[in-house]
Design a protein around this ligand. Sequence first.
Ligand code: SF4
Length: 389
Amino acid sequence: MKLPVFAEPLGAELDACSEVGELWTPLGDGGVRCVACAHRCVIADGSRGACGVRYNRGGALRVPFGYVARRYVRSVETNTVFHVLPGAQALTFGMYGCDLRCPYCHNHRISQALRDGPTQEHPTPMSPAALVDEALGAGCRVLCAAYNEPMLSVEWMARVFELARARGLVTAVVSDGHSTPEALRYLRRTADVFRVDLKAHDEASYKRLGGRLQPVLDSIALARELGYWVEVVTLVVPGLNQEARAIASLGARLREIDPAMPWHLNGFVPRYRLAREPSAEPLFLLMAAGSAYALGSRFVYVGNAPACAELAHTRCPECHTLLIRRHDYRTLENHLRGAACQQCGAELPGIWRPLAPASRPRDTTPNPSCELGDLGRPDRDRQERPRVT
Ligand code: SF4
């Protein structure tokens, strides 16, 4: 694993916005094991994990807390989330760092800032209350963590989401899915939606991105079991997965988990280290979606491809009535009756109305599968939190 270059002064700024985390175990020699992502880094005192933002100081794992790198208010659909409150506004925030190194990342200025060197974007200290107030003040019904890999900051996200839910917001995480059962269970107490990227069909391709396929598949299956609302995105990238065999394999794996789980085939747009590569082929996207439908997938969408605009809409899987019309990641028309097709009455899966408190998990006991280090318990270091606005 290539260790991150820690770019100053961003590194110092981020270290000031940290607190002792919860998802780690002490190893008895001053080292710790982080369990926030599938790398499961063993980190010696004074060192950092592969993501660069979680680090061991004095035998305790410090994690990002009390800031955001970016935040925008946009339609929920811009997060490629189509079956959650169509047309709602979402406040989406991002932090720094990533456990993967995708050469086409649209958000590399924050996700790869610790590896690539200086960035113009600096952290803005914020409290959970300020973030939630901002979302509600802007008329949002969804609060979403995205842009970099949010699971690196899972403790901070949980704190923000806890408050957001208490004030009526639906909470969503847009993740690379290279996660752990511990992190997914921990976050489920406060998160409603798990929007996950399934990037490649085999381990060799995932290795090029810095991760592994199996933990991603396992995370998708577990997230469904735990009751998250799950939507999956595959960015179709020439040279990585733009081939029929790759997409067929991914479709088969997803149908094994749940054929009704929405699957978005988004076309690659040249960016970052692949800025000179061609965009994804619209014809390939069209054929891949058609083939997935023919094999039993119930909701397949195509994005970033104007030639495939018809495949951004939601149709009833039973009678094929057009139910939700979208354009450019915005909902234009919604003909659902509650959660049902207005024509044949078939129920469509998704979160179509704000969630009642009773429909959400109430368990707040510590996750038994994650043995917390003494220093990792939340009350222990409350006085150490960074000053927030
Ligand atoms: S979040 Fe992942 S990459 Fe970062 S320290 Fe933890 S296990 Fe390592």
